[in-house]
Write a protein that binds this ligand. Structure first.
Ligand SMILES: Nc1ncnc2c1ncn2[C@@H]1O[C@H](COP(=O)(O)OP(=O)(O)O)[C@@H](O)[C@H]1O
Ligand SMILES: [Mg+2]
Length: 323
């Protein structure tokens, strides 16, 4: 058994842009452009970045809910990219996803029992009585009650619906959960309850999380390590503690500048971003961050910086990280 549960190598997802009179392909959106990372067993890897930087595409490509354009994904030692559709279906028992908007992902015409039972039916698991028992168990595990099984999604609050989304992801006893902004749609007061639940579940069930958020303050507490994405690439990846105390990439510094610090005396370079995120259909040359970087040099405009380990597993893609 390897230490890494998930190994992602050079993952790319390009969406074709069609148009013109003949409706042919006139370009590509580089939604994910050469992303590599690993997630260790029992670990939470946070993935952060502004809207549109490719977080969801990365998460979904891992499960092949979207077919990647290139790259390899190894899950539990198996090359997921090479599996047939049927083999992939079986593999998904072990890799599940929790979506941002639980309401959109729960069938409004089905009661909770039916919604939670469905993954078991799809995978041909258990008798009807066993499945219903499992539904009851899981409702309790996520902090709901057995009588909730008879109710419908619209009868729940946002926080409760996300608990149902989590219960559904857990029905098959998975190893990995890709949580795609699971608390972004919730009131701040409810966010911490759901985050606490996810941490308890991780501890009790030995889960591994890829936890996606657009907000560094959300991933900070739940993540062991954090990867920062910009325009389809990971620009920095290191332990949570390192990322917050010693960020090396100017984009990470800019994101951190936007997060209120509990300690106002904390010495931290403030980086205010100029301009907008460029289009992933036409990303800048060299370092894709160069159009917004306060430290830009000629090299940054022409040469893509390597994503390299600069010590103790602190990865950064920047020509100027030392300065
Ligand atoms: N099905 C699609 N077709 C074309 N472009 C897409 C599609 N899905 C996402 N994109 C584009 O890919 C980029 C990354 O999207 P996404 O992964 O959803 O980002 P994030 O989750 O970080 O907000 C965006 O520019 C988005 O517009
Ligand atoms: Mg998203």
């Amino acid at each position: 058994m390897t230490e890494e549960l998930l190994v992602v190598k050079n993952l790319k997802k390009y969406y074709p842009i069609t148009g013109g009179v003949l409706g042919g392909e006139i370009g590509v959106v580089k939604a994910v452009d050469d992303v590599s990372f690993t997630v260790k067993r029992g670990e939470t890897l946070g993935l952060v970045g502004e809207s549109g930087c490719g977080k969801s595409t990365t998460g979904r490509s891992l499960l092949r809910l979207i077919e990647p354009t290139a790259g390899e994904v190894y899950f539990d030692g198996v090359n997921v990219s090479a599996l047939s559709i049927e083999e992939m279906r079986k593999m998904r028992r072990d890799m599940q996803i929790v979506f941002q908007d639980p309401f959109a992902s729960l069938n409004p015409r089905h009661n909770i029992e039916k919604i939670l039972e469905e993954p078991l039916i799809v995978h041909g698991m258990g008798s009807s009585a066993e499945r219903k028992k499992r539904v009851q168990e899981m409702l309790e595990v996520v902090g709901l009650s057995s009588y909730h099984a008879r109710r419908y999604p619209h009868q729940f609050s946002g926080g409760q619906r996300q608990r149902i989304g989590i219960a559904r992801a857990l029905m098959l006893n998975p190893k990995l959960i890709v949580a795609d902004e699971p608390v972004s749609a919730l009131d701040v007061s409810i966010q911490s309850q759901v985050l606490n639940l996810m941490q308890d579940l991780q501890r009790d069930l030995g889960l591994t999380y890829l936890f996606i958020a657009h907000d560094l303050s959300v991933v900070r507490h739940i993540s062991d390590r954090v990867g920062v994405m910009y325009l389809g690439r990971i620009v920095e990846l290191t332990s949570s503690a390192q990322l917050y105390s010693n960020p090396l990439h100017p984009y990470t510094k800019a994101l951190l500048s936007a997060v209120p610090t509990p300690d106002p005396d904390a010495a931290r370079e403030r980086v205010i971003l100029q301009g907008d995120v460029p289009s992933p259909a036409n990303p800048p040359s060299g370092c894709t961050f160069h159009t917004r970087c306060p430290h830009v040099t000629d090299e940054c405009r022409t040469t893509r910086p390597l994503f390299q380990d600069v010590g103790d597993g602190h990865f950064v893609a920047c020509h100027l990280y030392k300065s």
